[in-house]
Write a protein that binds this ligand. Structure first.
Ligand SMILES: [Zn+2]
Length: 265
């Protein structure tokens, strides 16, 4: 089967300050090394369960989060823009996963919580349901029938995933105590749990149908509401098939019958 893993640099064990995720700071590479280890644990777990697996790993952190040369060569490394845009190839995937994920903006005691940009966004909602980066990706996958079956990251990100997707397999790499504070698993223990749990998640794909994790689906018509920290004007250029309304000085509402037409990022 074919699997896609989305990654981020805020969720691995040991990462709790924004300075650890920025490419001009001294501990950035240490964070990248841990994310790479956790990705390799995930890839190993997938192959434990499915020796024929095809695994695509998206390096989702803005300035890069994975040390490509140290990543398990059995998986294909994908920079966000190349060589494959997973968001245009959902029909080829059987499951979607997250490694190194953080919680949505404004989640209490969630380390490094944000949605897209930590400087701009208060919340995003799909059909009235608050979603972060996890929920948006899971909704895109689910729209195309692909279940999101695994997440590793801080405990608040795990809770967010479990709220949206019943039965999703999760591994907490740390327990949030504040926006830049957490209690962490050791590097090796986080990897051990990720390998074991993602293998269980993969095996569940071929288990009894009633127990399989369902794709995250919202009912049409679709709405996507974005609230910004500062006053913002709705985009002026037309979006085909999308109705755009300015709800107030801070909030823009998009509506469409096709989820793929919404500017979900
Ligand atoms: Zn992120």
């Amino acid at each position: 089967m074919q699997y896609a893993i989305m990654t981020d640099l805020e969720g691995p064990a040991g990462v709790e300050r924004f300075s650890q995720t920025r490419n001009y700071e001294p501990f950035y590479v240490v964070s990248m090394r841990q994310l790479t280890k956790e990705v390799n644990a995930a890839v190993a777990g997938i192959f434990d369960a499915d020796a024929e697996a095809v695994v695509h790993v998206v390096d989702g952190h803005g300035s890069g989060g994975i040390i490509k040369e140290e990543m398990d060569q059995r998986a294909l490394y994908i920079r966000r823009d190349q060589p494959i845009n997973i968001y245009e190839h959902w029909h080829t995937y059987h499951a979607f996963m997250y490694v190194g994920q953080h919680a949505m903006a404004c989640t209490p005691n969630a380390p490094l919580a944000h949605t897209g940009s930590s400087k701009h966004i208060v919340y995003k909602r799909i059909n009235g349901v608050c979603v972060g980066e996890f929920g948006i990706g899971a909704a895109k996958a689910g729209y195309h029938g692909v279940p999101t079956i695994f997440l590793s990251g801080d405990d608040k990100a795990c809770a967010e995933a479990s709220t949206l997707i019943a039965g999703i397999f999760t591994v907490a790499t740390k327990w949030g105590k504040g926006w830049q504070k957490a209690r962490h698993l050791s590097s090796d223990e986080a990897c051990r749990r990720i390998r074991q749990t993602i293998a269980e998640a993969c095996r569940s794909l071929t288990g009894p149908v009633a127990q399989r994790i369902k794709p995250l689906r919202f009912d049409p018509p679709y709405s996507y509401e974005v609230r910004y920290i500062r006053p913002t004007k709705a985009p002026q250029r037309p979006l085909p098939g999308v109705r755009v309304d300015q709800l107030d000085a801070y909030t823009v509402l998009y509506r469409a019958d096709d989820l793929d037409l919404l500017p979900l990022i």
